[in-house]
Design a protein around this ligand. Sequence first.
Ligand code: HEM
Length: 561
Amino acid sequence: MTSVVDVEPNVNSTRLVFYPLVIIASCVWIFHRWQQQSRIYRMGNVLPGPTAFPLFGNALMALFKKPEQFIQIGLDIADQYGYVIRGWLGSKLIIFLANPEDVEVILNSNVHIDKASDYKFFEPWLGEGLLISSGEKWRSHRKMIAPTFHINILKPFVDVFNENSKNVVEKLRSEVGKTFDVHDHMSGVTVDILLETAMGITKKTQDKSSFDYAMAVMKMCDIIHQRHYKFWLRLDFMFKLHPLFKTQQKLLDIIHGLTNKVISLKKKIYHENKAKGIIPPTLQELTDGKRSSEVLANNSKTLSDTVFKGYRDDLDFNDENDVGEKKRLAFLDLMLESAQNGTHNITDHEIKEEVDTIMFEGHDTTAAGSSFVLCLLGLHQDVQKRVYDELYEIFGDSDRPATFNDTLQMKYPERVILETLRMYPPVPIIARELKRDAKIVTNNYTLPAGATVVVCTYGIHRHPQHYKDPDTFNPDNFLPENMANRHYYSYIPFSAGPRSCVGRKYVLLKLKILLSTILRNYKCISEVPEKDYQLKADIILKRSDGFGLKVEPRVRVPSSA
Ligand code: HEM
């Protein structure tokens, strides 16, 4: 028989568990009811999407999943629900869009330009640089930075691209006969080129601090990636308790230390030169040709200029006065000049934020894009042969560096680059936060203010409605006749509209020079079929199995010889 004394502790412990559970369940229920009344909840639930659970929404779908699984999960959900899908991350409404007409409504708007809160992980590094800023600050900085990517500013970079491409060719000699990860080389050369074109730090003037900087940029990218897919690191207070936080602080000291040092040095030189009467050309002069008698015919339009002509951004409109080669100035020099001569009101701190932004945006995206191109060419030998033959027609068996005009002749290599960015867009999604309701084309849905809109670039690029055999690598997708009836927003590797990528022309020019130099010197071989690529989509699309490649020195004869 149980005594009264034995029963009491059991009853007490049951109460201790039972009452808090009832209180928690009631709170969840009240919260859920309150949420159901809210405008965003009512409007969000009009949209199709998987069943959501109180408190968690659809967040549990991501539990215990690896970043490598996200793309397939996304594609499966899209198969089930279509072009517009709603998801709840707790009480946060996320709307995924994959219809180019809907995407145009968002990306081509001057209203829906605010970045989603997920970009906040960049803040300690990039501050309020162009990538994450919004409102008037973004508008005025964009106005200043877009012209620094004018074709006249980019042309003198051809030498930088050539020199650094030659360096990669030299480094690859030690890899002949091995399978190696080509991304390491693409990442290294990209940082070197950025150091020179963004800050004016040449290979000759590079010292230990620029090497440390390059390493720090690569490691910072990795930390930010981790914060995106490890959900416990997303919370600031958890991140601050993690050892990665201390590492981040050290890396930021290195990165900001160098940017600040270069800015003060450049400013000093600017003032010394000014005292001697040496005034550098203004951005306006560089782009409209006032300081040049050399005027080239404006025949430098490429395939990409046609592909992107429906974007309606501010990059094509500023190339009208194409006046030929000019003095080479880094982006930082141009910003300092604009600040010093009073054309733009920008502080040293803001210049630092913009230089850091260019270093980030220009690095991982380009390294991933170029690594994909080389692996795909290694796999599709027929395509590589065609690329090489076209290069042979331009360069013969010479070892001369590429000129800007050569890049205009590289038609098939350009199609290869565009097709690679279609199948493997380095930025696989773009996220915006709606500050106002947005009416889209599909079913006339109204997306409520407060929602996060995710543009599914990867999904759009792989949709059979826009590309026949979307999973087959086919550079001829970018033949004019095949592009003619395609919606402009069915190809958006660089985003589109007012917030499109300012580095678009820079990167296409750079990739043509880098890749052609490598291919003129090596034959690439890759044995991993595309179906075995383990695609990892966090911020930048990469292969978690690495970008394995083999190279063989090339005998410079046409492939038919
Ligand atoms: C293959 C290489 C590249 C790809 C695929 C790419 C793609 C993109 C995309 C999709 C965006 C929009 C991001 C968003 O709205 O969330 C963007 C923005 C941006 N990109 Fe790139 N990018 C590349 C290279 C570069 C380079 C080389 C630079 C600079 C040297 C650069 C500078 C920027 C900047 C500053 C922005 C922010 C523009 C703004 O918000 O106004 N990008 N890029």
